[in-house]
Each structure stands twice: as C-alpha cells, then as structure tokens.
Design a protein around this ligand. Structure first.
Ligand code: PAF
Length: 298
C-alpha cells in the first residue's frame, strides 16, 4: 500500500496521519474550498510535523489504495459521493461520531469498507497545529455484516502493523463499540451543548433524572435493534463525563461556533431506529428537536 487519501483532515485525521505517515504517503482531498491542513501535531511537548499534501488534480485516481474519512457524520455523504466512481478498487475507512453514515458508506462500496472508533484526544491549537491531549485506543473492523475483499483485508493488516505512536486493535464486530459511543454521546452531547456545560458538570445531581430517562430510552431502542448495551449505562455515561470533566463536548463546540451539529446521526439515529421498531423515544426526540433548532441555515 503506497497512498492514503484523507477526507476531513481535522483533529482525528491529524493523529491518524501522524501514525501512518512513516509507512504510506498521506494525501488530502480538498472536499471544502476553505480546507486547512494542520502542519504539526504536538505530543507531550514534541512538535511532530505532518507530511500530508493536497491531492493534485493531475494524478491518476488508481494510485489511491485507501481513503480515510474523518469528516463530521453529516458531511460524509457529500464529501464521499464525488469520489466513489473514481475509486472502484480503493478501500475505505470511516471514523466518525454517531451511526448512519457508516452503514451508508458500507452500501456504497460493498466489501471494501472498514469502520473505526477512537478514544484519542486531539484538539486544534488555533495556530495551524493540533494538540494531542490524551492517548487512547483506536479500533478497526469490517463494516458490520460485510465480508472484506482480499485487497481490503490486506490493507487492513498493513494499517495495523505499526505498533506506535497510536495503539490500534482489530475487532471483528465494531458495532457494539459504536453503539456504546452513540449511547454516551446521545446523553452528554445535547445536554452540554444546550445548557452550555462542561462534560463534568453533568455529574451534578440536577441532571440525574434526565440522564436516567435518556439511558432508559436508549436501552429500549438498543434491545429492539438486538444490540446489547451495558446494564450500568448511567454509570458508563457518568464515567465518561468524569474522565472528560474539563472538556467541552464536540456538539457544544459546534453549536457555540455556529456550525452544523451531529444530532441527526446521534439522537436522530436512535429516534429513527425506535420509530422503525415501534418504540417510543419522546425524550431522545425532544433533544433532537432542540439541537436541530440550533443548526445554522444550510
Ligand atoms: O463528542 C464528544 O465530545 C465526545 O465523544 C465525548 C465523549 C462526549 C467527550 O467530550
């Protein structure tokens, strides 16, 4: 494998580029006219240059072996669609919040899609660099229910080979991980975004009933979708709020910056799954409506 093409070169894209750049050439597809490429990643006070470059118009598309998509969930379809016809042989790796975009991509490129989930902490420093704020675990696996073709299996092996700087592991089924992350985000993100809270402020007793109500609805939807979430979901949510106590959630950052937020792929996904299964989700729907009202006009 020689060439990786990133779409969405933000915080998570930067950390993945840093991990793989000694082994493959990282390119970036300019999916937005105002796209900026981070120049370096600061890890434990060491500035690590990022070597990615814009994909030139005159290079043949067949040089691309694998596309790494790290856009926001609501940008996946618009960013990926123009490339699908150019890349009939390439493999895809999608790492984004929520659910819905993952299944969509798996349908577009059958047997060629990997899903990923990461707990790496990375944030923009505002000067063109990214700061790695916490090391985490990055999981890769095949799109659920899909067999990978031989080329994609081989590329997945190569992605897993470097043992540092990130920790990567393979999962045969990533869907339970994505569901748990979805469940945690469906509670923390809208509450912190709507009320302007740091994640840790959700530990205050005044939010307990809301958190319990949301977790109970999420459990019902998960069961209807044959997904098993931990019984102690409330405690899991509070554990993430504790571990990220000083952070502003991604949804709060989006709302406060006047950007589009990911509510349709988080609470919205759960509401749609609930509707299809005949499960009522009034509280999840209320938060979807509230955060939808904070979307900027498109
Ligand atoms: O979306 C986010 O911000 C994060 O997934 C989480 C876990 C809520 C922490 O800030």
């Amino acid at each position: 494998m020689k060439n990786l093409l990133f779409i969405g070169p933000g915080a998570i894209g930067s950390v993945l580029c840093w991990h793989w750049q000694p082994h493959v050439k990282p390119w970036v597809f300019p999916h937005r006219p105002d796209m900026h490429l981070a120049t370096a990643l600061l890890d434990a006070d060491q500035s690590q240059p990022l070597h990615w470059q814009r994909w030139p118009d005159d290079r043949p598309w067949q040089d691309i072996d694998l596309v790494v998509v790290t856009t926001k969930a609501h940008q996946v379809m618009a960013a990926v669609t123009p490339l699908l016809d150019h890349l009939p042989q390439a493999s895809w790796l999608l790492c984004c919040n929520g659910l819905g975009a993952q299944q969509w991509l798996a349908q577009q490129a059958p047997n060629r899609v990997l899903w990923a989930s990461t707990t790496e902490g990375v944030r923009p420093m505002g000067d063109g660099r990214m700061q790695r704020s916490g090391s985490g675990l990055t999981l890769l696996g095949p799109a659920s229910g899909s067999a990978l073709n031989a080329a994609t299996q081989q590329r997945a092996q190569l992605l897993l080979e470097p043992k540092s700087p990130l920790t990567l592991e393979w999962r045969d089924d990533l869907l339970p991980t994505l569901w748990l992350k979805l469940a945690v985000n469906a509670v923390i993100n809208p509450l912190t975004a709507w009320h302007g809270l740091r994640n840790g402020e959700l530990l205050d007793a005044q939010w307990r009933t809301e958190i319990e109500t949301l977790c109970a609805e999420i459990q019902t939807v998960a069961r209807a979708c044959q997904q098993i979430l931990p019984n102690d979901l409330v405690e899991r949510v509070l554990a993430v709020a504790t571990a990220t106590a000083h952070n502003h959630s991604s949804m709060r950052l989006d709302v406060e910056a006047g950007r589009h937020n990911e509510i349709d792929f988080i609470n919205g996904y759960l509401v749609r799954q609930g509707y299809e299964a005949g499960v009522k989700t009034p509280r999840l729907a209320l938060w979807q409506q509230r955060l939808s009202s904070r979307q900027p006009p498109s």
